[in-house]
Design a protein around this ligand. Structure first.
Ligand code: ADP
Ligand code: MG
Length: 353
């Protein structure tokens, strides 16, 4: 029997579950669900709502609570590729603790540290390439507490950014060189720059659908849920140049607001693209977008114009087997980008238990 693993992404707005069966051949998609967290909740109310949703995934969607791989994301997760002198493993851990301080915006006792050796130098004096992951303890502890109260002890706790990298590497093995992947969620956006087999750069940025909805609500003087509805209905209008003659037409106003909101994000992306060019002497060729905010109308065209690069939506399921009667290719093409992180989490096979 094929073993299953369940990727569970507790996002800022939506809980996503992806179950994959790992057999001899390519992984197969066996379950998929996404449930929105009621907006506007904070603190314990929000926690309780998430716990209820996770319990409903087990009770109503048959999610196996013993096969879960979950992840943490957002600004409190720092992922850096660093080079250190080659040394024995026991010394490496200690050396990385020293080095880590330089790369983390938090003090060492506030974070959990993990690292993964990407490429080891052959002899003393060579350099070893390491992926360093530092996550604020508070973020991990809150997440684990929610899962535990929902009856789940995850087999693995990953960084969402690495799950995103893993699924992209799996779904687009021919396009790993000079590519940027941008996952735009509700409150954060994760930017990866890929230079082949490992990410060159990983950044978690403070931008998402939440910021857009709030800006629309403020501009139009409507409540959050109406603003969200308007955002999803209209999205962007690309024919109108940014900032030019704000018309009284609601659709144009919404589009203008979204463009304003995205300005900082675009600058951050451009900055990272320039950094890549200056370090590597070559340019990024293409950008893949995913996450719920990748469904804004015309966002690909808008980003493509602003960044001067082709932009395509990332469908994480292109190389994952599925029964077309249960999951129509049309549905996966249309909704797939919501599940990029979830499917990346589920790709990590869980040991037999
Ligand atoms: N059709 C759409 N147009 C614009 N925004 C959308 C659309 N569908 C979903 N979103 C936005 O996507 C965000 C949720 O995306 P998701 O990737 O699930 O976020 P998270 O993982 O942070 O919970 C919300 O801000 C939601 O408003
Ligand atoms: Mg997300």
């Amino acid at each position: 029997m094929a073993r299953v693993s369940v990727g569970l992404e507790v996002g800022a707005a939506v809980v996503k579950m992806v179950e994959l069966a790992h057999g001899k051949k390519a992984p197969r998609l066996t379950k998929l669900a996404r449930v929105e967290i009621p907006p506007g909740l904070e603190g314990d109310d929000r926690k309780s709502a998430i716990i209820k949703i996770i319990k409903s995934l087990v009770a109503d969607h048959g999610m196996n609570p013993r096969r879960v791989i979950s992840g943490v994301g957002g600004e409190s997760v720092i992922v850096r590729r660093i080079m250190v002198p080659t040394m024995p493993d026991e010394e490496l851990t200690q050396a990385l603790r020293w080095q880590a301080e330089e790369y983390l915006p938090y003090s060492l006792d506030e974070v959990y540290l993990d690292f993964h050796v990407l490429g080891r130098g052959k002899k003393t004096g060579d350099e070893t390439s390491v992926m360093l992951v530092g996550v604020k303890k508070e973020t991990v502890d809150i997440h684990l507490d929610i899962l535990k109260k929902a009856g789940i002890i995850p087999q693995i706790l990953d960084a969402n950014a690495l799950a995103l990298f893993n699924i992209f590497e799996f779904s687009h093995p021919q396009e790993l060189e000079d590519i940027a992947v941008v996952e735009m969620g509700h409150s954060t956006t994760c930017l990866l720059i890929l230079e082949g087999e490992c990410p060159f750069l990983v950044r978690n940025l403070n931008f998402g659908g939440l910021h857009i909805t709030r800006a629309i609500a403020e501009k139009l003087g409507v409540d959050y849920s109406r603003a969200n509805q308007l955002k999803e209905e209209h999205g962007l209008r690309i024919e109108q140049p940014e900032g030019e003659g704000v018309s009284s037409d609601t659709a144009a106003e919404i589009s203008d607001q979204i463009k304003k909101c995205m300005r900082d994000l675009i600058n951050e992306i451009l900055h990272s693209l320039d950094y890549y060019s200056s370090q590597k002497g070559k340019k990024i060729k293409k950008i893949f977008i995913s996450g719920g905010s990748a469904y804004l109308n015309n966002v690909s065209g808008f980003l493509s114009g602003a960044l001067g690069l082709p932009v395509e939506r990332h469908n994480p399921f292109v190389r994952i087997g599925h029964n077309p009667r249960r999951f129509s290719p049309d549905y996966l093409e249309k909704e797939g980008s919501f599940f990029a992180v979830g499917s990346g989490l589920a790709l990590r096979e869980v040991a037999r238990i």
